[in-house]
Design a protein around this ligand. Structure first.
Ligand code: DGJ
Length: 727
């Protein structure tokens, strides 16, 4: 809903309002972002606060218009704002611009964006600014309201009708000038194998700046973050959540000022950015997503979960796939895969993914990327015949591909050395002995599209695992890091066209694990490979970090072998499967080598998962923090009629017990049937939320009977709750 009160605009979702106004001098000024208010409440908020102190700048002939402390909607270079600005342009050879608001329009359609736009917004508002110094140079600030999911999206579009070439040196997708008080930034940094780990950064003075420079959204810093009050915890207190719908180098910044202001901005990484925008062309920023919650960090996760499920992810159920990677690595062949398929069918899997190693001459990671034809020595009967074998068993074929890459040891490189990002004369930088293809070359895009089509049309793949295993070093052209924008724009186009041609094919997004796990890729891919690290303890930490910003539906988890192949840590099949079930379930291990009882256990896991899968697709995960020794998550179905509680105990401690777990968001008047570990009882929502779920004693070396939980290091429990009809 959009309300207008004089020169003030109130953009409201079901629970929140975002307010800004146009000042008498034609700037857009932030007024408020928080719990919902109406135009009546807004009256008091929009009274101009005088922010003019000694030694500050102000507009000519208007000393009440102090610029230094002004909360700008979007800030431009060289206009007196002493904080970091959001937009730096050069017009011809000039650095000066002066953008003034000219027009505001409601509910115009946002057409032909080069960046992915979340579908289904209820309203839009466009603020059009024009450069007083270069008429025809237009900046549009776009606002999109998603009422039901309490999300506001923003984008910036530049239209260059100035008659002069414009160089974009910095263009953030959005700026949020908030009141600082005592806030903290919660960001999700990491590395390969430990992606998206929560970090808290106090915002007391100066500027915190994060992001990536590697050409990808990266495992090192996810483009999702939260800004919260210092005391906000999982369930109580105010917080703002932000996502950038972008998969290349990004930037986020949080800067405090001496006027109690906090400027949050995020967008394309500006270091080295130098984009040439010709006359009569436009430039689209990636979309900025934000939400506000007064119900702590779980509130942010809940709102983003619902938004991403409804407005970002393509709709298609992800099958339960058995992946060949940790089962066989490169030592893959048809014989092993047929045996795997027979056992997989018996255990209830819905498909097999042939991971890396299936194509011409690929026996290790030193060559062959780009030669996307089946290796007849490994597949004498052919992959299409294998797809048929699977489909006769009602199973699907998945194929791994790394379409943006090429190995120097490949036929493709021999034929097209000019297609790769490589600089003659410079010291050569490779990663995993591979090079990145130049997606700004249309021949390369055509080659990639044809290779992808062949997987579907010739080999019969119904599932593509799309990998990306090295970051960028060399780039082409004179525009510096703007190359990454041009690259990713082409990648989105390839994905868009592919998903249009093959709407029934599921795409798994992977980048050396979770190195490009972001809403840009998830706009086209049905699920994301969370991390290469499948060790249950590490995984619980990674899944928990990921859950702050992404729904369960995005997280692909695999049951793998024990000892784990990354950490060498051992864990029970129960721990591995309980942890993998909190997401989209799959596996990667040689199931033909399992013992009989392990096979039966795995079969039961898959059966149980299938019963809960529909619920998990729409469910929200709430972190129930209680004790550092436990991970506890409440996974509540969309309508609240059932829940799964996941509990992992990190270390066994003598003379200890599981703390009572106070659940949240249940129906307090309802009764819930509770089942776990052979136990079965009923409790009211009120009891479960106030007193908590009470556990029997953990086995402590004395005696074990039916009422004692047999738990040790990294043991897990899955507790199932079903709301009963009668109250
Ligand atoms: C990296 C991925 O994260 C793995 O799952 C696997 O597909 C390998 N690449 C294959 O090279």
């Amino acid at each position: 809903m959009i309300e207008k009160l004089e020169n003030t605009y109130i953009l409201s979702t079901n629970q929140n309002s975002y307010v800004f106004r146009i000042t008498k001098h034609g700037d857009a000024e932030s007024v408020y972002y928080g719990k919902k208010i109406t135009s009546i409440d807004a009256h008091t908020l929009i009274k101009k606060q005088n922010t003019l102190f000694v030694n500050t700048l102000y507009m000519e002939n208007d000393e009440t218009y102090g610029i230094d402390g002004m909360r700008f909607e979007y800030s431009f270079a060289n206009r007196g704002d002493s904080r970091s600005v959001s937009c730096i342009l050069k017009v011809g050879e000039e650095c000066m611009t002066d953008f003034v608001v000219k027009k505001i329009t409601e509910n115009t359609e946002y057409k032909n964006s080069d960046m992915p736009v979340p579908r289904g917004y209820d309203n839009s508002l466009t603020v059009k600014l024009e450069d007083a110094l270069h008429p025809g140079l237009i900046i549009e600030l776009w606002y999109f309201i998603y009422e039901n999911t309490d999300v506001l999206a923003r984008a910036v579009r530049i239209q260059n009708d100035s008659g002069k070439q414009v160089t974009i040196q910095k263009l953030m997708s959005a700026q949020y000038d908030l009141e600082c008080a005592q806030k903290e930034l919660v960001c999700f940094h990491g590395a390969w194998g430990r992606e998206r780990i929560r970090h808290n950064v106090p915002l007391c003075c100066g500027k915190f700046s994060g992001g990536s420079h590697s050409g990808m959204s990266s495992a090192e810093c996810n483009p999702f973050f939260i800004v919260k009050e210092k005391n906000t915890d999982e369930n109580v207190g105010e917080a703002y959540g932000f996502h950038l719908v972008y998969s290349a180098s990004h930037e986020l910044a949080a800067e405090t000022d001496c006027y109690r202001g906090l400027r949050i901005s995020h967008g394309i990484q500006s270091e080295g950015f130098c984009y040439a925008l010709p006359v009569n062309e436009k430039f689209d920023s990636p979309i900025s997503i934000s939400t506000f919650s007064a119900c702590g960090l779980n509130g942010i996760s809940y709102q983003f979960s619902r938004f991403i499920n409804a407005n970002i992810l393509p709709k298609k159920q992800v099958p339960i796939m058995l992946n060949s990677w940790e089962a066989f690595y490169f030592d893959i062949n048809e014989k092993k895969l047929y045996a795997l398929a027979d056992e997989a069918e018996r255990l209830g899997f819905e498909g097999i993914v042939i991971d890396d190693g299936w194509f011409l001459g690929r026996n290790d990671d030193t060559g062959s990327l780009g030669d996307w034809q089946e290796d007849k020595r490994k597949f004498p009967l052919g992959i299409a015949a294998y797809a048929k074998y699977l489909s006769d068993k009602k199973m699907q074929l998945g194929i791994w591909i790394e379409p943006e890459m090429v190995s120097e040891k490949s036929n493709l490189f021999l034929q097209h050395p000019e297609w790769v990002l490589k600089t003659e004369g410079a010291r050569s930088i490779v990663g995993r002995e591979q090079r990145i293809l130049d997606l700004t070359n249309s021949e390369v895009c055509a080659f990639i599209e044809a290779s992808l089509d062949r997987l579907v049309e010739e080999y019969g793949a119904k599932y593509i695992k799309w990998d990306f295993n090295r970051r960028f070093s060399d780039i082409f052209g004179s525009e510096g890091s703007a190359y990454f924008y041009r690259y990713i724009k082409q990648l989105y186009l390839i994905l868009k066209r592919f998903t249009f041609r093959h709407e029934n094919v599921v795409i798994e997004n992977c980048a050396s694990g979770g190195g490009r796990f972001d809403l840009g890729m998830l706009s086209y891919c049905h699920v994301g490979w969370v991390s290469d690290n499948t060790d249950s303890l590490s995984r619980a930490e990674i899944q928990q970090g990921t859950s702050y910003g992404y729904p369960i539906r995005t997280m692909l988890n695999h049951i793998s072998a024990s000892p784990n192949q990354q950490s060498k840590r051992c864990s029970s099949l129960k721990t591995r499967s309980d942890t993998a079930m909190i997401g989209m379930l799959g596996a990667q291990l040689d199931i033909t080598a399992l013992k009989g009882e392990e096979k039966e256990e795995l079969k039961r896991v898959i059966e149980q998962y299938k019963k809960y899968r529909t619920m998990l697709l729409g469910a929200s995960l709430f972190r129930i923090s209680s004790d550092n020794n436990f991970y506890v998550w409440e996974i509540l179905s969309d309508k609240g009629e059932n829940a799964i509680i996941y509990l992992m105990m990190d270390r066994f401690l003598s003379v200890s017990s599981i703390p009572n777990i106070k659940l949240i968001n249940l129906d307090e008047d309802a009764k819930y049937e509770i089942r776990f570990e052979g136990m079965h009882f009923t409790a009211s929502g009120k009891t479960l939320m106030n007193g908590g779920l009470v556990f029997p004693q953990i086995y402590q070396g004395v005696r074990i009977d039916n009422g004692t939980l047999n738990m040790t290091d990294r043991s897990t429990l899955l507790i199932y709750l079903i709301k009963k009809e009668d109250r």
